[in-house]
Design a protein. Structure first.
Length: 327
């Protein structure tokens, strides 16, 4: 399949700076797609003859059959963990007119490219794909989940400006409101973050996450060096945090967040109480996610050990580390 597609995509692969090379792998010769520099790509002198040659090759199979072969080849490369090659194949296909002339089919290829780039940990390329999609489909929650995962793993901050521009065009978009708040909180613009979180809180006051975000933003503002009204900020933060606990219920997650906020405010004696309560709760059970991924006991024990270390209780520190933080 790869050979046939390489023949079909000859001109497109030249534009995408992709070529097919043979290499030995596990004692067997395989064809692989590789990205090469522009000076190593052979120029096509007669473009018209090349396109006529492609037209002849295209007529061997129908357009639907060529597309089906491309999809199967991309899926096969992903099954073999050759995500980089799947990404390069999609890049080349998007340069070929028979694959990008229909918008629906082009979007399907872009989704394949997004998946391959994400699995290849090429988050910069994955961001380019998801950004184009979100400019047309802001109402799909699934796309915002993918966008959040891409930006979470990426070290790039381009998405901050992208979210702000999109927010100006879609001021009522709930996902954009929350993401803009997260971006502002990370960059230290706490007042801007508070405004975004309050907007989300007003639209969905019974959502525990927004009460937590508003409360934590108040704590961050109170933790700044030059604050005029520190105590009112702390009181407002705790009022929202208690609302979060009431909505979320007493569980490992809520007790940990409450203990962590108290520790940040320097109230270590109260933080110890809620950390120990968090240790007494079992981890949450979520469908499709292993319990170890949402178990907070290691984080709770480590934070407790820091508090006990500062007070000189080395026996308790040793007990916590050996019980919860030793592999």
């Amino acid at each position: 399949m790869l050979t046939m597609l390489a023949m079909l995509l000859k001109v497109a692969m030249t534009r995408a700076q992709v070529c097919v090379r043979a290499s030995m792998w596990s004692g067997v010769r395989h064809l692989r797609l590789v990205k090469v520099s522009k000076d190593l790509v052979s120029d096509i002198d007669d473009q018209e003859a090349a396109y006529q040659d492609i037209s002849g090759k295209t007529s061997v199979l129908s357009r639907a059959d060529w597309r089906l072969m491309l999809v199967r080849c991309v899926c096969t490369l992903c099954e073999m963990k050759r995500f980089k090659e799947a990404e390069l194949l999609v890049d080349s296909s998007l340069e070929f007119y028979s694959f990008y002339d229909v918008k629906v089919k082009r979007k399907e290829l872009e989704f394949f490219g997004l998946s391959a780039a994400f699995l290849d940990h090429n988050y910069r390329k994955a961001y380019d794909y998801i950004r184009l999609t979100l400019m047309e489909k802001q109402e799909w929650p699934m796309l915002w989940n993918v966008f959040n995962q891409v930006t979470l793993h990426s070290q790039d901050v381009r998405h901050h400006r992208f979210c702000l521009r999109l927010m100006m065009k879609n001021p009522d978009n709930h996902a954009l409101c929350v993401l803009s708040g997260h971006n502002a909180l990370v960059s230290g613009s706490f007042k801007h973050a508070l405004g975004q979180y309050v907007q989300a809180f007003r639209s969905k006051p019974d959502e525990p996450l927004y009460s937590l975000c508003v409360g934590l933003t108040f704590f961050h503002m109170a933790s700044q060096k030059f604050v005029v009204k520190r105590h009112p900020l702390i009181l407002q933060g705790f009022s929202f945090l208690w609302r979060y606990v009431e909505l979320r219920g007493h569980c490992q997650e809520s007790m940990y967040n409450l203990g962590r906020a108290l520790q940040q405010m320097g109230l270590a004696h109260l933080a110890i109480h809620y950390y120990h309560k968090a240790l007494s709760f079992p981890p949450l059970t979520l469908e499709g996610i292993e319990a170890d991924q949402v178990d907070l006991r290691r984080e709770i024990a480590f934070n407790l050990s820091i508090i006990y270390q500062a007070s000189g209780n080395t026996e308790m520190v040793r007990h916590l580390i050996n019980t919860y933080c030793t592999v």
